[in-house]
Design a protein around this ligand. Structure first.
Ligand code: GLU
Ligand code: ZN
Length: 294
């Protein structure tokens, strides 16, 4: 095997059909390219009781298998801290004391690129820092030398997006998602990242940070989201949208699988069966408009 793909759910609740489809796509892309496939539980934040075990069971019941033991971000703090220390040593980190409100107000100023941190705290003197530090716990931000970066995505081609001085460690001391994901993908030997395309705009920041940490950026594959009847991203409000909901209505995991496989225009009831017929051109470029059987 060469390289590895991964699925990295946040255990904040049960996986819905869109999440299962993204997981299946990650598995298909990895398995069809002879990669191994890792599961990482992104539990630094928002953990729902029992969700991790239910997510793993649901993935298995639609035929998605993993290599190795799942890793949990909550158990890998030393790795994130070590990476942060290296960036601090390279003088690439500074403290930020801004509130969310202050950032929103400053970011709407005409010179700030879309959603980018405006750099308010970048050039404070030691004296100014000492004063502001007493007001609230500081977040740590990357001192980025670039304002954009280009990544290569199998479905989107060359994608250029904003790189700003993004947060590496939150004010509450928790490693930020962008840091954890880069450190973990590097540490786990992940060279293919398949995930929902709402994260495409995060990829330039992550690839840039990877470079600073001496990590080769992965091949990205950002896949379309699932949407409900109103055209908004699929959510609980759309009804029986989790595997467990469907099973309660009398369906089998194979029925749910067939619904997902149908979104690729393939009639298949198991992951292995779909893998045998897999081809990356089967991923439609439009969001998956989920039509639930009555
Ligand atoms: N944990 C993130 C999520 O559930 C995915 C992060 C990633 O795949 O990079 O949306
Ligand atoms: Zn700030």
């Amino acid at each position: 095997m060469t390289g590895s793909g991964r699925f990295a759910p946040s255990p904040s609740g049960d996986l819905h059909l869109g999440n299962l489809r993204t997981a299946l796509l990650a598995w298909l892309f990895a398995r069809s390219t002879q990669r191994s496939f890792a599961l990482r539980i992104e539990d630094l934040d928002r953990v729902a009781d029992g969700a991790e075990a239910r997510q793993i069971a649901d993935l298995r019941s639609v035929g998605i298998d993993f290599d190795g033991t799942p890793v949990r971000q909550s158990e890998r703090r030393e790795l994130y801290d070590a990476a942060l220390d290296r960036l601090v040593d390279a003088d690439l980190v500074y403290e930020c004391y801004c509130t969310r409100r202050e950032i929103l107000d400053a970011a709407s100023a005409p010179h700030a690129p879309d959603g980018a941190y405006p750099g308010t705290c970048r050039n404070f003197t030691d004296k100014e820092r000492a004063i502001r530090r007493t007001a609230r716990p500081a977040a740590l931000r990357l001192r980025a030398d670039e304002s954009s970066w280009t990544v290569s995505d199998l479905l989107h081609g060359e994608f250029t997006g904003v790189v700003d001085d993004f947060v590496l460690r939150r004010g509450d001391g928790i490693p930020a998602y962008n840091l954890a994901v880069v450190v973990d993908d590097g540490d786990q030997g992940i060279d293919q990242v398949v995930r929902a395309d709402d994260l495409l705009t995060s990829a330039p920041r992550q690839a840039y940070l990877a470079g600073l940490l001496g990590i080769e950026p992965p091949q990205y594959v950002h896949v379309p989201l699932a949407v409900g009847p109103t055209g908004k991203r699929l959510a609980k409000r759309d009804g029986a949208v989790t595997l467990r909901d469907r099973i309660e209505l009398g369906e089998m995991p194979s029925d749910v699988f067939r619904l997902i496989a149908g979104s690729f225009g393939v009639d298949a009831t198991s992951a292995r069966q779909l893998l045998g017929r897999w081809d990356s051109t089967l991923v439609p470029s439009a969001p998956w408009a989920v039509r639930l059987p009555p």
